[in-house]
Design a binder for this molecule. Sequence first.
Ligand SMILES: [Zn+2]
Ligand SMILES: [Zn+2]
Length: 764
Amino acid sequence: MRFKYSRYIIFLIVLLVSVFFILSIIFPLPSEKPYSTVLYDRNGNFLKAFLANDGIWRLKTSPEEIPEHYKNLIINKEDRFFYYHFGVNPFSIVRALMQNIISGKRVSGASTITMQVARMLEPKKRTIWSKLIEVFRAIQLEVKYSKDEILQLYLSMIPLGGNVEGLKSGAMIYYQTPIDRLNIAQLFDLIVIPNDPNDLRPDKYPERLNQERWKRAKPFFKKGILTKADSIVFAETPSAVNRKAPPQLAPHFCYRVKSMLKYGDNYKTTLDLNIQSVAEQFLSNHLRTWKLLGVKNGALIVIENKSMNVVAYVGSENFDDSLAFGQVDAVQAIRSPGSTLKPFLYAFQMDNGVLTPKTRLLDVPYDFEGYTVENYDGTYSGYVFADEALRKSLNVPMIYLLKEAGLRSFCEFLCRLGFNSLQYQFDKLGLSMIIGGCGVTLEELATAYATFPNGGMYAKPRFLLDQTGINRSRVFSEDAAFMITEILTGVERPDMPNNFIAASNLPVIAFKTGTSYGRRDAWCFGYTAEYTVGVWIGNVTNKGNPNLVGSKSAAPLLVDILNSISRSRQKYILKIPDGVGIRDVCVESGKLPGPYCKHTIEDYYSILYTTSDICDVEKEYLVSPDKSVHYCGSCLGNHNYKSLIYKNYPKELLNYWRKIGKKFSVAPPHNPLCERVFGDEGPKIISPTNGMTYIMFSNEQNIVFQASSGVDVRVHYWYLNNNYLGKFKVGQKIFKSLETGEYTVSCMDDKGRLSKVVFKVNRL
Ligand SMILES: [Zn+2]
Ligand SMILES: [Zn+2]
């Protein structure tokens, strides 16, 4: 008999459980309501909250955010056995039913916190039938969620009047404070309001709420859960409040982050409110003077190099100033970069091996795409060192350089540096893009500049703290990053003369300014070892202003910010990489000195990338005694001659010098009676063979260098790994004993034409 009885029980339980699960499949839990997105800075300071997708202030409130005694009070008031029941409390249901039957009123009370959550997820009229559904939903909730998760749903969804839901929203909107700063009376008000959210709104009916507060608190005072001290707070705290929209800090940053998020939740961002305030303050102070001159807007971004965290982001001076278009986020605006792309062209060409700081670049009037490129100040310097051209931000050398680099491949290089805006402009871009004829954003530029202090490794900027690992990719070499940083730290600073920086206690800053065509934008990008900053000053309306100049309008602000936030005082930004060497180059070309080069200068170069071209400016000529013609090997014959050295400058430079009346001497023309036609081919190196590995079995074995040339050539100049070996007759054999290793041997004829081969030696 007992056996049968228990079998029925088991059967009943199995039946109930099966029915529950079948019903759960047919009637799954309604989905959770969307939360508000709430953003915090990296130290947990509140930045901004957004309405949830359904238009409600519903800030996610986790139980652990609530002080323990507040939590106990809430559970005591709503559902004493919350942690012990399975969603419903059978005893209180029976009790409530009895009371309802006796009094004949509508069904009320007996709701556990879980059942209240069920009702908030799926609001229904209060009938017995809906109560049954609530019971079913409550059990579903208990099966799916932990107690703390259910409590979180409850705390986040309790209705507090109007479009305010949840304790955190209430604390913020009614009291402008975080939950843990609420006093006991304010908290109690918040848990009383849900009893009748429309009639107990503290911003509308504070008296009613106050009455309700005391009425509901009575039993708690009696039981001693609320103390005498609490009653004083109750008496001193009015129920009336000022409803206010949540405050917003770094609003443009917050909108930028929000646009990347899929779900409403609480997020810790990378922003540092301290640095943000410094940046905002500096921008505001800085703009004060510029506004008087008609320059109204500014924006800036600060990126921490190591982590690529965006630590400050100011899209406009004042978000709420609609007259100055404060809502426009100038960090994201596509604008002309002026000269600020130039350092990237340097990086590109340095890795192509054709540029070092002392490379000579042409700076002469240059006609292209229908107009003459001019430098900023309208002058030309003829022939400049690359480092000087970048520091002075000359335009013409950059056009030549970009032409040499190839527009298309340089643009592809920029895309690898994150300039996504350029992808849509590819077809429209010309060589002028390097002096501002294109559109990019402040964020793109600042991110790309951060690649320099990161030694050529690019990574996207980060906006959220818990984003997993950084994806870094090498876009240019550490060697180029170092050499460009050396150049840009030599730009004259607005805060003091350069020679004082080393002695001062200020951080070393590398920076580049830019001014767009028509003086619409003033830019400055710069970095210390720790931070990269990008600054834009101009008018959102795109109105030009004669006072806008990058070096005056933007650079001082950038230097102020970097001086203020950089803590490191190391006297360098990047250490000299192993791949960078120092060599002497000819001042005339920036290339390795040839046999007739007189003046050399020290220069950095990339051991791996920089080509070992030899200077071909200074050349030896066999000149007639009256210096009217020069002879080559085939027309020299029995003529008397003098051997003289002349400089062979590029034609463009000579034309320019002629135009400005500069005096210079060139070699006399080649003997007009000569029948020899010069080809372009240099000496033919007969030995060693290009690409060959020479196996050496004994110490006596040597490598032979030998080259042939046309009859007009008299001598060959030989170089081994850029070391000058000497001047030899054409066809003469040179013997060299070489150790195991890789070698480059170059041979130049007396016309300056060069050939080279690469080979290996392997000594056994
Ligand atoms: Zn030279
Ligand atoms: Zn000749």
